[in-house]
Design a protein around this ligand. Structure first.
Ligand SMILES: [Zn+2]
Length: 239
């Protein structure tokens, strides 16, 4: 499958077999991210969204002016406000914990005890180092401990954490940690396969590569369960 230019099915299955799971320690030491929590200031929500939009508009206008753009031009005049609203209300709205999706859990009445895989969840995020898009697919699985989550909630959790300035490694861990809490189980897994525009549209300008991260928890650390999960992804990816 070539969806949004992400990794092909054959490459994916091969890579996933060898991919180590990410631990929080590794992220702290070996990656650029500083931990699994998004680094937020203590006063992050002391001002309202409306005030944030006003301030960002003002500063974005300055950035455009410094770059030499003529803001009296019709096409540019509304851009600072548009960008400010988009930052606060859309692409970085996941910074606000009050917008975190509330879990709707159901009793596992049908006693379904196998893994559930929600595959090919399209997500859009932004690299926190360059503020340009990261986009790709997330594949999530869990084994019910007695609670079942509404399927769309898994997508919403992925979208919520994507709507922050991110690094893919942290995003991967944040989604799993949230689902573990919501579902009251350790048995959660995720694979994320994404394009980074900071790699493809600038810098090394590599348009072919994609970045795969994975996080396996509980039973998904066992070879058999992990293989079954990866087989589901492989099947979906080759369709
Ligand atoms: Zn970047």
């Amino acid at each position: 499958m070539k969806q949004n230019g992400t990794t092909s099915a054959t490459q994916l299955s091969k890579l996933l077999k060898e991919l180590p799971t990410i631990s929080l320690d590794e992220i702290g030491d070996a990656h650029f991210a500083s931990g699994s929590d998004t680094p937020l200031r203590e006063d992050a929500f002391d001002i309202t969204d409306e005030r944030k939009i006003e301030l960002i508009e003002k500063h974005f206008r300055e950035i455009m002016l410094i770059m030499g753009l003529d803001l009296t031009d019709d096409s540019l005049a509304g851009t600072p406000k548009r960008v400010a609203k988009m930052y606060v209300k859309e692409i970085f709205s996941g910074l606000n914990p009050s917008l975190k999706p509330k879990p709707t859990l159901f009793e596992n009445k049908y006693k379904y005890g196998e893994m559930l895989v929600e595959k090919n969840i399209q997500f859009y995020s932004n690299c926190e180092h360059h503020f340009v898009p990261i986009y790709g697919l997330a594949h999530v699985a869990y084994i019910s401990s007695g609670k079942v989550i509404g399927l769309s909630k898994i997508n919403r959790i992925v979208q919520y954490f994507s709507k922050r300035p991110q690094v893919q490694e942290r995003l991967t861990v944040q989604i799993v940690e949230e689902l573990k809490l919501m579902l009251d189980t350790q048995d959660v897994a995720i694979v994320m396969d994404a394009k980074h525009l900071c790699v493809s549209s600038r810098g090394v300008q590599d348009t072919a590569s994609s970045t795969i991260t994975a996080h396996y928890s509980g039973k998904f650390k066992e070879e058999k369960t992990k293989d079954e999960f990866l087989a589901h992804i492989y099947q979906s990816a080759s369709r």
